[in-house]
Design a binder for this molecule. Structure first.
Ligand code: ZN
Ligand code: ZN
Length: 285
């Protein structure tokens, strides 16, 4: 790994969802790159948190247990990050399991569609590729590439499994408001991830703030300087804590290298304070 990263990265994925690295390997990479604090924010699961926190204690990296929740709505791709959640929270795990099972069911339906279209791919192989993590389209794309049905991983998305492609199946899941409320109900600080993928952000934000949103991912590798400035102003207007992260997956298709996004030095402290206010019942409805 070449140049060192920023000291904080609040958006990363491991193989427990659609990343490439085991949680411990991700933490070791952070240590190598000089990233001192990371949030492990796998999709719909805290399954990697305990391993990552343990490795963090060995290698001197602070690990914040987090999740990223995808949502379904007319607002485009609204993803909600939840920070400082408890991996031992059984009720939260129950909700996350429901989300993962829906996601798994969706992949099952996509496999059936692909088979009907003449692309032989087995659900078993997709499950193996996911290595016990939440099943997602990236695992399916890898299975399709491996079987030689497409030229590459990206090609699988482009021709078969992206929105409007022949084997696509809609997700069922939380609305953006439900995702924010779920995080708040379990004592976490909710941040709106990569707001650039949201349609109608200025209309959606006040709603989510009412639901208990306390932060927004202002700093993100795909944001231009102008976009970042715009989001910083919006965050100020709604008194949201500006968060930032790489969305590191270990693959090229989205996100950036670990520690590539600037994060203000007081962000983590502000998130902790927000959690304290949430614990006192002062945030959300
Ligand atoms: Zn996302
Ligand atoms: Zn992400």
């Amino acid at each position: 790994m070449s140049k060192p990263g920023y000291p904080t990265d609040l958006h990363t994925h491991s193989v427990r969802s659609d990343g490439v690295l085991e949680p411990a390997a991700l933490v070791r990479l952070a240590a190598e790159r000089g990233v001192q604090t990371i949030a492990l924010s796998d999709h719909d699961t805290l399954a990697g948190a305990t391993e990552a926190v343990g490795e963090g204690q060995r290698s001197g990296v602070r690990v914040i247990p987090a999740v990223e929740l995808n949502t379904e709505s007319r607002w485009g791709d609204v993803h909600v990050l939840g920070y400082f959640l408890d991996p031992a929270d059984a009720l939260l795990e129950e909700r996350l399991r429901w989300l993962r099972e829906n996601r798994g069911r969706r992949i099952e339906l996509m496999v059936e569609k692909l088979n009907r279209l003449g692309y032989a791919v087995s659900l078993q192989r997709v499950i193996e590729i996911a290595k016990g993590g939440a099943l997602g389209r990236p695992h399916l794309a890898q299975a399709l590439a491996e079987a030689g049905h497409v030229r590459s991983y990206d090609d699988a998305f482009d021709t078969l499994i992206s929105k409007d492609a022949p084997a696509y199946v809609e997700r069922v899941g939380l609305t953006p408001s439900e995702a924010v409320r779920l995080v708040v109900a379990h004592g976490g600080a909710a941040s709106l991830a990569h707001p650039g993928t949201v349609n109608g952000l200025p209309e959606l934000l006040p709603q989510l703030v009412d639901d208990g949103l306390v932060a927004m991912e202002v700093y993100y590798p795909e944001h231009t300087a102008a976009r970042t400035a715009e989001l910083r102003a919006l965050a100020e207007r709604f008194r949201l804590i500006p968060t930032g992260g790489s969305d590191f997956h270990g693959r090229g298709e989205h996100g950036g290298p670990l520690g590539c996004a600037y994060v203000p030095s007081d962000t983590v402290g502000a998130l902790e304070k927000a959690c304290a206010r949430i614990a006192e019942g002062k945030v959300g409805t």
